[in-house]
Design a protein around this ligand. Structure first.
Ligand SMILES: Cc1cc2nc3c(=O)[nH]c(=O)nc-3n(C[C@H](O)[C@H](O)[C@H](O)COP(=O)(O)OP(=O)(O)OC[C@H]3O[C@@H](n4cnc5c(N)ncnc54)[C@H](O)[C@@H]3O)c2cc1C
Length: 410
């Protein structure tokens, strides 16, 4: 018998139910307040740290679930609770994955624990890749990292933008150009330790959705970091750059090209899909409940096919999105190659579904859906982010189309 199953194991069910309890009892009731305040919900993060939801240990266990479903299950439940608060809780993970993907064992052991702090002193971390002139076009980064050999230090200069937790983070992970001739192959990632002079927060953005999550510019002005803050180390960087230069000269294609930022984004795409599934499911559940109880023309509005069929479509699309997310997550855990960019597919589809489902939920709630008295209005605003960050929907389509065709489609 083949061992294919979509049945979760006991541990997964236990974690999912535990997170659901936290999302429903702690996050949901706090969601409207922090959305209005547009501030990082420190007390909620602290509570998450106290019970172990915000901890390195928890994320490591989820990350290394051999089925690959640990992270998507966690993301779906937390974002079901509230997307803005959830991003404040999981935003540190993007920086952690940046270190995990590119760092040495020693760097992983040194920096990732510091990103989280502990229940008494919670900390957050930021991953800073995007720049004002380099969003989708990661190859256009301008932030420079120059090596000062005499002092064994790197000097970082530039402006990062859209950084989740940027400026309020204890640890910043910064992607910078070490060799401008090599485009995105000439990038490297650096840890900027807490309190490093020259790093400051620029403008904090006032956003359409996920407003409980802090998003800001990060200015790097002559920031000096020790040599061992280069993720992966100098030797590995020099080897990688040598291979990239050889490739640029038309030499043997032994160089796979280490694009630090893209590697980090690729690893995190199905997780973003799972976030979108969580928001979509939340809005769908509220819409279903409302349609059953709201009476017009002497009958519940769900008695009309026009409403009932919407709910049927919403649920079908949510389930399809989750299956794409689970497939990509399983492939990543099983070491399967993403020949058709299945990770990008899952993020593309789930992001579009979240936008569609939350819009329909607003419609099903009628006037109430349009007010802040009901959470679907906030969920609809929150859902707009899923087709933008971690690569827009257009960029996902580009990645998928290139993977399918082998053609460098533009
Ligand atoms: C709330 C929020 C949090 C974020 N958090 C982080 C973070 O923590 N760290 C980080 O580094 N970044 C972060 N980002 C940045 C995010 O990843 C970028 O906003 C995103 O990659 C898009 O870049 P851009 O905004 O510059 O849009 P642009 O690249 O300017 O795109 C504008 C439009 O053109 C389209 N487009 C661009 N190129 C093409 C093309 N070749 N083909 C077709 N269409 C194209 C895009 O799809 C989009 O519709 C965050 C953004 C937001 C809004």
């Amino acid at each position: 018998m083949a061992n294919f199953t979509l049945e979760l194991n006991d541990e997964q069910k236990q974690v999912r139910d535990w997170l659901h309890g936290f999302a429903s009892d702690v996050m949901r009731p706090a969601a409207a307040e922090w959305d209005e305040r547009e501030e990082t919900p420190w007390p909620v993060i602290q509570e998450a740290a106290r019970i172990g939801v915000y901890s390195l240990d928890f994320y490591a266990r989820q990350y290394f679930d051999p089925t690959g479903l640990g992270i998507p299950l966690a993301m779906e439940e937390l974002f079901w609770g509230d997307a803005g608060i959830a991003l404040s809780i999981v935003g540190t993970g993007l920086a952690a994955v940046g270190v995990l993907t590119n760092g040495t064992e020693e760097q992983i052991g040194t920096w990732i624990p510091q990103m989280y702090g502990d229940a008494d002193q919670v900390r957050v971390a930021a991953f800073c890749s995007s720049e004002p002139d380099a969003g989708s076009d990661v190859g256009a980064l301008r932030t420079r990292a120059v090596y000062d050999e005499a002092k064994d230090e790197w000097v970082l200069d530039g402006t990062k933008t859209w950084a989740t937790n940027g400026g309020i983070a204890h640890v910043h992970v910064v992607v910078a150009v070490v060799d401008p001739e090599l485009g995105s192959r000439g990038h490297a990632s650096f840890v900027v330790p807490p309190g490093t002079p020259g790093l400051s927060q620029g403008q904090k953005f006032r956003k359409h959705g996920i407003r409980a999550s802090h998003t800001a510019e990060v200015v790097l002005d002559g920031v000096r970091v020790p040599g061992d803050c280069l993720l992966g180390g100098k030797e590995k960087l020099d080897e990688r750059l040598a291979r990239a230069r050889e490739r640029a000269r038309g030499g043997p294609a032994g160089a796979r090209g280490g694009n630090a930022a893209m590697a980090t984004f690729e690893a995190s795409r199905p997780a973003v899909g799972a976030m979108a599934v969580g928001t979509a499911r939340a809005a769908y559940e509220i819409a279903l409940d409302y349609a059953r109880t709201r009476t017009q023309f002497g009958r519940p509005v769900i008695d009309n096919q026009g409403i009932a069929f919407q709910l049927a479509d919403m649920r079908t699309r949510i389930d399809a999105a989750r299956l794409l997310v689970w497939r990509a997550s399983w492939m990543a855990a099983a070491g399967k190659p993403f020949d058709a960019a299945e990770g990008s597919m899952s993020k593309l589809y789930a992001g579009e579904v979240a936008k569609d489902v939350t819009a329909r939920a607003v419609q099903i709630l009628g006037g109430n859906g349009f007010t802040r008295d009901y959470p679907v209005e906030r969920m609809h605003r929150d859902a707009a982010i899923y087709t933008i960050f971690e690569g827009t929907s257009e960029i996902q389509r580009l990645v998928i189309a290139r993977a399918l065709s082998g053609v460098p489609i533009r």
